[in-house]
Write a protein that binds this ligand. Structure first.
Ligand code: ARG
Length: 559
């Protein structure tokens, strides 16, 4: 329909001398026409005429291949035959249908899930992974080269705390698990707090000693540190694998500590940063309307979170030559990233930087009220959520023989899809009764539509190349129209990375497909009709799969 949009824009320019964007909206089935255009209403002021009059003037100039009606206050409704829609989709179809090359030659870095070494992977890092992955796939669908990086939280004092707590626990290094390490860490933090309140510091000193030993290359400290890191990383990788997540790099905070300190020195010397009397270094940001300067280095010369992020930014921009940086990190760090991006601007680093932030994951509490997700033990571990999800999927499909891999795909699909139900800025409600349901807007609902269509196609594998005769594609119009929307949707979300719009699209398409499947018989249809219907189903299943893939959701073989 792009040609028609351009034609309308051209007519408007000739008639009224103005340039306006022309958009079409798909009209509901009960209204005459297939697309609706509200441009006449928007021109009324400039043209000094009634919208219906303007609509008539535009229609008079339009090509005869479509049907036009004026509706309501001045909508131009455009009727397109099913056959014309088929011809459009057929003409546009290729193996990359829906993707475009607008980002060709450009590099983006998408950062996720950026978990922390000291702790077991919790639901707190669910959304970073899901959203960061979708950002990657959406940009790739728009032709970008995307580098993914897990910015591990692996710097600072955790090692000293772990080592002290581990020694105290009497556990053997061969048996200690990530959960032990997590508990050791939490217990140590609590004990250190109590100790400090009592004016003592034995534990804090011990932790500090371990850090110094590590820095000095002490063999035991080195061994412990390597073991702790390995236990942490194995755990993180295991969870990511279950979630179908993987990154190209894992350059954590520690990788950037020394680089960060060097950079701070450099920008201090250049007068861009300022040293306080106590020795700490700040970057003033008043010129960006940010009153609070960013603290770049501690008074004792130690690196901060921001020190490592400064070096990381530098690395991504100058080493990886990124044109765009995506940080999939929760809303709590909004101000931090505002500051960080302002620092980058101040340094003349001009890439596009985007903090893809999101709300919390909530649950329905025992009192029926909405609350931040938690368990009796405190945080909910992502592994526990995945185990529970798989259990629910097995229950829901008790009558069907699902492979373990398909159970996992459905469980992960359900969890991921729930992340995209609404705009990411709103918190999501983790309601197992809805998330895993095969009805309503859910991941499994969309996956199931795909699996069903694939099964029909398998059973009728011989339709390829069949002749559609003069079949009118009237019953296929709604689906064809929907499929024709997909490329525009992919292009439209490249800037704001609105993955939820893809989720909404997939749900609507899956609904259409189910409706179609019920109303347009295939097996009993005569050959030309049957072939046309299978063709339509094949295109639709492909687009649905492609849409779900942008969300990181895989299709089970069977369900
Ligand atoms: N590890 C951090 C956390 O869990 C998130 C890191 C975000 N990324 C960054 N470049 N600062 O809160």
């Amino acid at each position: 329909m792009d040609a028609l949009k351009n034609k309308i824009a051209e007519i408007i320019k000739n008639l009224y001398g103005v340039e306006v964007p022309v958009e079409f909206a798909a009209v509901p089935a009960e209204i005459e026409g297939d697309y609706s255009c509200n441009v006449a209403m928007r021109l009324a002021k400039a043209a000094g005429k009634a919208p219906r009059e303007i609509a008539a003037e535009i229609i008079a100039e339009l090509p005869a291949e479509y049907e036009y009606t004026i509706a309501g206050p001045g909508f131009i409704n455009i009727g397109v035959s099913g056959r014309a829609l088929f011809a459009q989709l057929d003409g546009a179809w290729n193996e990359n249908y829906g993707y475009n090359q607008s980002g060709a030659g450009k590099v983006a870095v998408s950062e996720f899930p950026s978990t922390n070494m000291a702790k077991p992977y919790s639901v707190g890092h669910l959304r970073p992974g899901t959203q960061g992955w979708a950002a990657k796939r959406i940009l790739e669908a728009n032709g970008w080269k995307v580098i993914t990086d897990n910015h591990l939280g692996d710097a600072g004092t955790p090692f000293g705390i772990w080592a002290t707590g581990f020694k105290r626990s009497g556990k053997s290094i061969d048996e200690v698990t990530i959960y032990d390490l997590g508990e050791i860490y939490i217990q140590m933090k609590a004990d250190m707090k109590a100790e400090a309140a009592a004016g003592e510091h034995a534990l804090a000193d011990a932790a500090q000693d371990w850090l110094l030993k590590l820095e000095a290359g002490d063999a035991e400290a080195k061994e412990l540190s390597e073991r702790f890191n390995k236990i942490s990383l194995d755990h993180i990788h295991g969870v990511m694998k279950r979630m179908d997540l993987v990154t190209d790099y894992e350059l954590g905070e520690s990788f950037f500590v020394e680089r960060g300190k060097e950079l701070v020195k450099k920008f201090l010397a250049e007068g861009k940063f300022v040293q306080n009397e106590d020795g700490s270094v700040i970057c003033p940001l008043d010129e960006f309307g940010i009153e609070v300067p960013m603290l770049m280095l501690k008074s004792n010369g130690a690196a901060l979170y921001a020190t490592t992020d400064l070096a990381c930014l530098d690395y991504r921009l100058h080493e990886w030559k990124a044109d765009r940086l995506i940080y999939a990190v929760g809303a709590e760090q909004k101000f931090y990233f505002e500051q960080l991006f302002a620092v980058a601007k101040k340094l003349g680093w001009n890439a596009e930087m985007q903090h893809v932030w999101f709300g919390t994951i909530d649950q329905v509490g025992e009192d029926g009220k909405r609350e931040k997700m938690s368990s009796r033990k405190g945080v909910v571990l992502l592994e526990a959520m995945l185990d529970d999800a798989e259990k629910r999927v097995r229950e829901n499909f008790a009558g069907t023989e699902l492979s373990d891999e398909d159970v996992r795909r459905v469980a992960v699909g359900a969890i991921k899809y729930s992340d995209f139900i609404a705009d990411r800025k709103t918190g999501i409600l983790y309601d197992p009764n809805k998330i895993f349901a095969l009805t309503g807007q859910s991941g499994p609902f969309c996956q199931y539509a795909c699996v069903r269509m694939r099964r029909i196609l398998e059973k009728n594998a011989d339709f390829a190349g069949a002749d559609f005769g003069d079949y009118d594609f009237a019953a296929e119009k709604t689906i064809l129209r929907k499929l024709l929307e997909f490329p525009g949707l992919v292009a439209a979300i490249a800037d704001n990375l609105e993955a939820h719009r893809v989720a909404g699209y997939c749900f609507e398409l899956a609904q259409e497909l189910n409706r179609y499947y019920e109303n347009a018989p295939i097996t009993s249809a005569e050959p030309a009709v049957k072939a046309a219907r299978l063709w339509t189903i094949e295109r639709a299943a492909t687009v649905l799969e492609r849409g779900l893939d942008l969300l990181g959701i895989q299709i089970p073989d069977k369900m």
